[in-house]
Design a protein around this ligand. Structure first.
Ligand SMILES: Cc1ncc(COP(=O)(O)O)c(C=O)c1O
Length: 392
């Protein structure tokens, strides 16, 4: 690993901070929800503290500097050219997707997602009284890919598709060709496409994701972007929606206003600008650290727990563990690890029934915590083996 300047090793006690990850349940080792146990980049901490030192926290406007920080970041890093008039500020990716579902589809309409996928996609569709149509990903020889024939068929009955790019939980970076093909099928079936790119910065150090809007010329495409995963600032609830389609943009703007999902948090502004303008070197180091953690998991499973296979992952810090050889439903397995070892991993079936047999593990933590989690995983599976009379 290259020389690392920032601190990704110290274990920070997050208990009693109203942390969803550490304070919601009593588990000792939460490795489920997607936030990181690292402190933020120093520039972000400084910017938030500076804003906090002014003791009036009234309503705030979204400054041009915030949009400009997004524009420069995506242009410089990914060749994705955006302009302010095509962007809308939002209080998060899921609030904006929820608003878009309401203004772009009607009650009872079908919406396509590619399972196994981020479980909240299911909830947001169902909570809005729309139907989920699953275009299940193919899984062969440890590799995930898209079943395009099935996608075409599902799109022919739908108005909207939500793409996860890169894909949570299987860690896949969709290729330019995959994206272009998705765009073509959406055009053929006249389906609006939302590309959720919240995990896009968190690729392996030498890998790059492909923005939907630079890989496809489909004119009914919308992109959701946010610094919340990349810089560990999900608690500020801040994102943007981008589309060059003015007709869609106007509809979304109106709906987000009705839903009150377009207002800005006074600290979010400072944090986002400091992230994109001053914290790129921190992000590059983070990617090295996450890659190293991935290698730790890979080596550990190969030598200590070969019955569990790590699915190849090029992006996100959420590892997808193939536990199908254990022949235990993933909810039972994850429940057992919690009661037996205090280790909380997400059950694969939370991401769609086709995720059964898998566990999702969040590895965005200092190596000390990661090794403890892996030790508990092994101890839990050993205990299960004793109960199952040496089945594995
Ligand atoms: C794919 C994906 N989209 C959206 C979100 C949540 O975004 P937000 O907190 O901005 O609503 C997550 C969080 O894990 C995610 O994995």
């Amino acid at each position: 690993m290259k020389n690392i300047k920032y601190d990704f090793e110290s274990v920070i006690d997050r208990k009693n901070t109203n942390s969803l990850k550490w304070d919601l349940f009593d588990d000792d080792y939460p490795m489920w929800v997607a936030d990181m146990d690292f402190k933020v980049a120093p520039a972000i901490e400084k910017a938030v503290q500076k804003r906090a030192s002014h003791p009036v926290y009234g309503y705030t406007i979204v400054p041009d500097a915030l949009f400009e920080s997004y524009i420069r970041w995506w242009d410089r890093r990914y060749g994705f050219k955006m302009s302010k008039e095509h962007m809308l500020y939002s209080t998060g990716v899921m609030p904006s997707i929820s608003s878009m579902i309401r203004c772009l589809t009607d009650v009872g309409d079908n919406i396509v997602i590619q399972s196994p996928v981020y479980h909240v996609f299911f909830y947001v569709i169902e909570d809005n009284n729309r139907n989920v149509l699953e275009n299940q990903l193919n899984y062969e020889n440890g590799i995930y890919s898209i079943d395009f024939d099935d996608l075409d068929e599902k799109l022919s009955k739908s108005k909207l598709m939500i793409l996860c790019n890169p894909h949570n939980p299987v860690g896949k970076i969709w290729s330019k060709e995959d994206i272009a093909k998705i765009g073509e099928l959406c055009r053929k079936n006249d389906v609006v496409l939302i590309s959720d790119e919240i995990h896009c910065d968190l690729t392996d150090p030498d890998a790059k994701y492909n923005p939907f809007e630079t890989s496809s010329d489909y004119d009914k495409a919308i992109t959701c972007l946010s610094p919340s995963k990349s810089f560990n600032i999900a608690g500020f609830q801040s994102s943007i929606v981008h589309t060059k389609n003015i007709h869609l943009l106007e509809k979304i703007k109106t709906q987000m206003h009705i839903d009150n999902s377009d207002s800005c948090n006074v600290f979010a502004t400072a944090a986002v600008i400091a992230a994109y303008n001053e914290s790129e070197d921190w992000l590059e180091e983070l990617k090295e650290v996450l890659h190293e953690n991935k290698l730790i998991v890979n080596d550990y499973l190969a030598s200590e727990l070969p019955i569990v296979k790590l699915v190849r992952c090029d992006a996100t810090y959420l590892l997808w563990l193939d536990c199908s050889a254990l022949k235990v439903p993933s909810k039972v397995l994850s429940g057992f690890l919690r009661t037996n070892q205090g280790l909380f991993l997400s059950a694969g079936s939370d991401f769609g029934q086709c995720g059964d047999g898998f566990l999702r593990m969040n590895i965005a933590c200092p190596p000390e915590l990661l090794r403890e989690g892996l030790g508990r995983l092994k101890a839990g599976i050993t205990a299960l083996n004793i109960i199952n009379k040496g089945l594995y």
